[in-house]
Design a protein around this ligand. Structure first.
Ligand SMILES: NC(=O)c1ccc[n+]([C@@H]2O[C@H](COP(=O)([O-])OP(=O)(O)OC[C@H]3O[C@@H](n4cnc5c(N)ncnc54)[C@H](O)[C@@H]3O)[C@@H](O)[C@H]2O)c1
Length: 374
């Protein structure tokens, strides 16, 4: 059975998502095969070129027309964060399942509105936190859940990129807070999703930001390039997130370090098929972290992939999320859903407030359909 997907946007994420849809059936057992039937965009020439490149058979200049099509069952939102809530709310009203790239919205209020819309309509909904689908990060989460490092004491993550380092990069949506969302939300949302799934809820945060290039192409930049935050988890664990988009020569340097009462774990995106693990009972003669290759058939997302030692990459995370979402059809619930995306956004909201108030800020709580609670 084919399930029709309409993609909104034709940029980098539309390319990653079409890659996922095209390849998923080779790497998992699907109850329904997603087929991208159309893609929307405002520039017809660029849209047609992207559609030819990604193998999408039809295009439209208005995303709203995707909602009227009977052959579209799923709306997949691959546009800037400031557009997500409006499109998701309209898709839910049209009865379509909705997949939305991270962050769910540019603000907590918009994320909550989108979540309430999908809950009211009863449509399946998912957010593209694809990094949790990398085998090593999924294994890290499982090892913590299985108690392999005891009780988590500290959780640290850094993400350094150089996407904003060159002052000559012209202004685009990523430099506009209302459209691109804060750096806490844009880069940080992936890490906050990992923090929530690995350590649990966050109660309060203390954050700071730094803007060094205030103007591009004559337009004011409203998104700080770098920012950091302390996190107080409900469990008592403490956390740190450090983000920079102006780190020269650092393309996607992302590291997660977790220490517990009985062990520690480390993930480094530069070696994304590996995990470093130490346990308190390790033989003192072999003192130091051991390198796990997270590709054994017993590891998450590994059984259907390449033979051990060949490794996977960024694209695999998009394949894995499609496999997870289309393993049953029609879907009962998708994971991570909009409620989880809103929980991430609540933390971003507290970080943004804290960076302005210079105080610790509580993470806002909100009411959800009980079935959607994490
Ligand atoms: N999961 C990941 O690894 C990852 C990586 C990069 C980006 N993202 C997220 O994916 C989303 C899209 O990012 P991207 O890198 O594909 O961006 P992009 O700039 O490559 O593509 C954005 C698309 O949206 C369209 N667009 C731009 N402004 C618009 C507007 N105002 N209204 C409607 N359409 C508009 C563009 O024409 C383009 O088709 C963002 O939410 C971003 O945070 C996720």
């Amino acid at each position: 059975m084919d399930v029709g997907v309409g993609i909104v946007g034709y940029g980098l994420m539309a390319k990653a998502h079409t890659f996922g849809y095209r390849n998923a059936s080779a790497f998992g057992s699907l109850a329904a095969k997603p087929k991208v039937v159309a893609m929307s965009g405002r520039n017809p020439v660029a849209l047609a070129a992207a559609a030819a490149l990604y193998g999408v058979p039809d295009t439209t200049s208005d995303w709203r027309t995707l909602l009227d099509r009977d052959d579209v069952d799923v709306i997949d939102i691959c546009t800037p964060p400031g557009t997500h809530a409006e499109i998701a709310i309209a898709a839910a009203a049209a009865g379509k399942a909705v997949i939305c790239e991270k962050p769910l919205a540019a603000s907590f209020a918009d994320a909550l509105a989108a979540t309430r819309a999908v809950e009211d309509s009863g449509v399946a909904n998912a957010v593209g936190f694809n990094y949790r689908r990398l085998p090593a990060l999924a294994l890290l989460q499982r090892l913590i859940a299985d108690g392999r490092i005891g009780r988590v004491l500290t959780w640290h993550a850094t993400w350094y990129t150089d996407e904003f380092a060159d002052p000559e990069i012209p202004f685009d949506w990523r430099f506009d807070l209302a459209m691109g969302a804060s750096t806490f939300a844009d880069l940080g949302s992936h890490l906050i999703d990992l923090a929530l799934t690995q350590v649990g809820p966050v109660d309060a945060v203390s954050a700071q930001t730094q803007t060094t290039i205030a103007e591009r192409s004559g337009q004011a930049v409203t998104v700080p390039e770098s920012c950091s935050a302390l996190l107080r988890f409900a469990s008592g664990a403490s956390g740190v997130i450090d983000l920079a988009r102006n780190a020269v020569g650092r393309p996607c340097d992302f590291v997660v370090d977790v220490s517990g009462t009985e062990g520690s774990l480390r993930f480094d995106y530069a070696r994304l098929n590996e995990l470093w693990f130490s346990h308190i009972d390790d033989d003192p003669e072999l003192y130091g972290p051991r390198r796990i290759r997270a590709e054994h058939t017993t590891h998450p997302y590994s059984a259907n992939w390449w033979p051990i030692g060949q490794g996977v990459g960024y694209g695999s995370s998009f394949v894995n999320q499609v496999v997870a979402w289309f393993a049953e059809w029609p879907p009962k619930t998708w994971d991570p859903d909009f409620a989880q995306g809103t929980r991430v956004q609540a933390i971003c909201d507290a970080m943004e407030r804290s960076s302005l108030s210079d105080h610790w800020e509580q993470v806002p709580t909100f009411d959800l359909n009980p079935a959607n609670k994490l």
